[in-house]
Design a binder for this molecule. Structure first.
Ligand code: HEM
Ligand SMILES: [Zn+2]
Ligand SMILES: [Zn+2]
Length: 378
């Protein structure tokens, strides 16, 4: 909202009306926020916000149960829609009383106020990023701008915003950077099923052997495919941690334009806009480079059928990882479930603890690497 326009004013009754999952408003003092779009994404669950709709949540934002981060508060400002008219409650009661006794129509001033409130769509909110004040120009593609931010890049990229990113001006190039989530299972699951079936049936014949030297070999148990498959999945969880921590979160030198740009394209843009649904999963073209390298290494290191079984377990782990990552951003898991804890953990990685909490499908590897997000203390 530009500073020259005066804020919209809502009556208490109007604010209280927005208490459903299709329209949920909350207050910080007299400031009114339409948080409907964020309900499903809230790591504390929808119910926590909905149960306080129409109410002042200033104290709740301080916690307990949770002291919200700076970024969570900044994030909330994107949903600011106007101010509460404190006197409206008393005024409306007075109007109602007068109407009841004298069956009168409300005065002109009240009618005007009601009309103004009714005209405001519940989804009309102020611009989520102040285009004039930000360090980059959101009206232009971002890919070639971020490299110029220098030492301001790190802080800027870790202040998330709720708006989609345009990376490139060229429409074809731009479209190539976007992937709908379902392409991941569509492309990779047939391969997972086919290779798994091939490995399972080959081993089930009971004739596979591992050659330790040219004339000494040991037999592979005919039902050992699930063991190698799970080993591959476990190996993937380690790769997932390493890629996220050491590649995606490498800190680019402040004066290296190209490394900053690469960081932004690989992962920075996901931290800047964590709910840009078109850029949450790996494009299959890019993923196939990693998948191909994973296959080539295992093929070199392990005997044929074992290497393939470990590979397909790892590939399955990757598909599950991408789906879970998508769900952690958009889903609303039940409190107490494994995914609820993972979601809270991952959103904290985005909003508050960008230097820890690198595990997505499991927090397991954060323990030996000492990057676990600490539990909250009050
Ligand atoms: C209405 C009352 C609210 C309650 C009771 C509440 C409660 C919580 C709780 C319990 C968590 C931690 C989840 C966990 O670790 O298990 C959390 C995290 C979070 N909440 Fe809320 N919340 C409320 C409103 C909001 C609003 C309005 C926003 C922003 C629009 C918000 C944004 C966040 C964010 C971003 C986190 C992740 C951690 C952080 O950055 O602080 N919450 N909330
Ligand atoms: Zn990250
Ligand atoms: Zn994420």
């Amino acid at each position: 909202m530009s500073p020259s326009t005066s804020p919209r004013v809502f009556t208490e009754r109007e604010v209280a009306r927005h208490c459903t999952k299709d329209s949920c408003w909350v207050l910080l003092g007299t400031r009114v926020y339409d948080v409907t779009a964020f309900l499903r994404m809230h790591p504390g669950g929808e119910a926590l916000i909905r149960s306080r709709s129409g109410k002042d949540i200033s104290r709740v934002m301080e916690g307990p149960p949770h002291r919200h981060s700076e970024n969570a508060r900044r994030w909330m400002e994107q949903y600011y829609i106007g101010e509460l008219d404190r006197e409206s409650g008393a005024h409306e009661a007075q109007v109602l009383r007068e109407r009841k006794t004298a069956s009168e129509q409300p005065d002109e001033k009240t009618a005007q106020k009601v009309k103004m409130v009714e005209e405001i769509s519940p989804y009309s909110k102020c611009s989520s990023v102040d285009l004039d004040k930000d360090l980059v120009d959101w009206r232009k593609p971002l890919a070639w701008q971020v490299g110029h931010l220098g030492e301001k890049y790190d802080a800027w990229v870790h202040q998330p915003v709720d708006r989609p990113i345009r990376l490139f001006g060229n429409p074809l190039l731009e479209a190539g950077t976007k992937t709908s989530w379902y392409w991941v299972p569509v492309v990779w699951l047939p391969l997972v099923f086919y290779v798994s079936w091939h490995c399972y049936t080959t081993m089930a014949q009971g004739t596979s052997r591992v050659f330790l030297t040219s004339d000494f070999s040991i037999p592979i148990h005919k039902y050992s495919f699930p063991v190698f498959f799970l080993m591959g999945w476990f190996l993937w969880s380690f790769i997932e941690y390493c890629i996220h921590r050491f590649v995606f979160h490498m800190k680019p030198p402040a004066h290296n334009y190209y490394l900053i740009t690469i960081h932004f394209l690989l992962h920075g843009q996901h931290h800047k806009s964590p709910f840009d649904g078109a850029r949450l999963v790996f494009p299959p073209g890019l993923a196939s480079i990693v998948v191909g390298a994973f296959y080539a290494i295992l093929h070199q290191l392990l005997p044929d059928i074992i290497g393939l079984s470990v590979f397909v377990g790892g590939l399955c782990g990757y598909v599950v990882y991408d789906m879970i990552h998508y769900y952690l951003h958009y889903g609303s898991p039940k409190k107490g479930s494994y995914l609820y804890d993972l979601k809270a953990y991952h959103v904290k990685h985005h909003f508050e603890h960008q230097r820890s909490g690198f595990g997505i499908t499991t927090t397991f590897w954060d323990h030996p690497f000492n990057t676990v997000i600490p539990d909250e203390k009050f």
